[in-house]
Design a protein around this ligand. Structure first.
Ligand code: HEM
Length: 447
């Protein structure tokens, strides 16, 4: 009898990586909803189908960004300091216009400069690297230097790069509930940026204090840009590492094929899980049915990107090959909706990513046996083997070890995410940064 209990216990323990992380994700969703309330309308969902996704997202009344959504308190918490200066979360108005104009100015770089800058930053990051890496960590210093040079038009000193990486890594780790916020790391970057404002090579948004200008730069260029570019590149490299045939094709092929790989990666692993809007007027959705003003709409990118594609879970860059439906007709909006505050880097980001991926493929063969999921909490474990190196038996063992370690890390990490995520959702509700900002409560500025 005792033996049977031990065997049963051993089976449960050994099988943990198979079933526990999935169960914890469901539990986490339930806890988040309990704490945050069920205020939102999922799109696509019961009220708005896939066929009207674009129409509702583009509706002029789907324009409120932060005010009036409990969810905003959570995003403001994660993106602090200065979420009220973050372009993504500013409400429409003069301040938003000034900030969006400054971002457009900084991002409007000639193609040759973007390519040269990417090549240089990624080349430096790759120097002497080989063996097992985490792709997000590998790429982040390169994108930190890239963003710094966009803003300051001068090479990024190592201490500035470390401050930027410290900030961006802290934000993305908290967003994925893999760690708590460390405001000291983020505040150090703010202080550095305030000091460095006179060296910024572009006109900054008018009518802001020096601290507000620093927070604006921190939010758009040293947080969003660095996090998004690191995550996106890690996803593309991870997809190539897990699909050797596509990797060979991308190494040998032209930029058009690489673009298809990038499009398919962002279809399957869109960087935004959801983007939310608060409605500023009624939106009619059917005969006699309206979404009333003040509703919180949650646009679900992964659901939209899967609808209408045959075998949607399969990674297949061929979906974007010439001869197939034009991209604008597909359910594919990796950079958002053109009519409703799309990503201002929609032109620059794919250009830079293409060069970055090419640089990696030029020097390395990539392999990974780790899980590849949209939120990429494992930061993309990958074996980098220089192209001219001999592939020994050690490679197979390394990949086996990678798979086992990734499975067990997932068990531990999902428990950490449950505990820390629950704490942060609770803490964000307690601090109510967004709600207090709009109600004019001055204490909101300090957190
Ligand atoms: C591959 C990389 C990137 C992807 C896939 C991406 C994706 C997106 C998406 C989907 C949105 C719209 C979300 C919504 O509707 O609320 C967005 C907004 C935004 N993105 Fe990106 N992004 C990327 C890189 C960047 C970079 C490099 C920057 C540099 C500044 C940037 C800055 C922003 C800003 C400021 C917004 C808010 C726009 C506004 O509300 O006016 N993104 N991004």
């Amino acid at each position: 009898m005792l033996t049977a209990v031990w065997v049963a216990a051993a089976i449960v323990v050994i099988s943990l990586p198979r079933w526990l992380p999935g169960r914890v994700v469901v539990l986490r969703g339930w806890v988040f909803t309990r704490i945050n309330g069920e205020e939102s309308i999922a799109v696509p969902g019961d009220l708005v189908g896939v066929d009207r996704f674009r129409e509702v997202y583009s509706h002029p009344a789907a324009s409120g960004r932060s005010k009036g959504a409990v969810l905003s308190d959570l995003f403001w918490y994660w993106l602090s300091p200065g979420p009220e200066m973050h372009q993504e979360h500013l409400e429409a108005g003069d301040r938003y216009d000034a900030v969006a104009l400054a971002t457009r100015r900084i991002l409007s770089q000639p193609r040759a400069r973007v390519e040269e800058l990417t090549r240089r930053c990624v080349g430096r990051t790759l120097e002497g690297r080989r063996g097992v890496v985490r792709l997000r960590d590998l790429m982040m210093p390169a994108w930190a230097e890239f963003s710094y040079e966009l803003v300051f038009r001068e090479p990024c000193p190592p201490h500035a790069r470390d401050l930027i990486v410290g900030n961006a890594d802290d934000v993305v780790t908290a967003l994925k509930c893999c760690g708590l916020r460390h405001m000291d790391r983020r505040d150090r970057l703010t202080a550095y940026l305030v000091e460095s404002l006179p060296r910024v090579a572009h006109e900054l948004p008018a009518g802001l204090t020096a601290r507000e200008q620093a927070l604006y730069l921190q939010g758009a260029f040293f947080n969003t840009a660095v996090v998004q570019m690191s995550e996106a590149t890690a996803h593309v490299l991870m997809a190539l590492a897990r699909h050797p045939d596509v990797q060979d094709g991308a190494r040998a092929g032209d930029d058009r094929f690489l673009d298809q790989v990038i499009s398919e990666t962002l279809r399957l692993y869109p960087l935004f899980g959801i983007a939310h809007r608060v409605t500023t007027g009624d939106i009619p959705v059917a005969e006699g049915v309206v979404i009333p003003a003040g509703s919180v709409l949650c646009f679900d990118y992964p659901a939209f990107h899967r609808a209408g594609f045959p075998d949607p879970e399969r990674f297949d860059p061929g979906r974007f090959a010439p001869g197939h439906a034009p991209v604008r007709e597909l359910n594919h909006i990796p950079f958002g909706m053109p009519a409703n505050r799309p990503c201002p880097a929609w032109r620059l980001a794919p250009l830079a990513m293409r060069v970055a991926v090419r640089e990696v493929l030029r020097s390395y063969e990539l392999d990974s046996t780790a899980a590849h999921t949209r939120s990429l909490p494992n930061r993309g474990p990958c074996l980098l083997t220089p192209l001219n190196a001999r592939r020994g038996r050690g490679r197979r063992l390394t990949l086996l070890f990678m798979r086992l370690r990734d499975g067990w890390e997932d068990v531990w990490r999902s428990l950490v995410q449950l505990v820390l995520g629950t704490y942060m959702v609770w803490d964000a509700r307690r601090l109510r940064l967004c709600e207090r900002h709009f109600s004019g409560d001055a204490r909101s500025a300090s957190t």
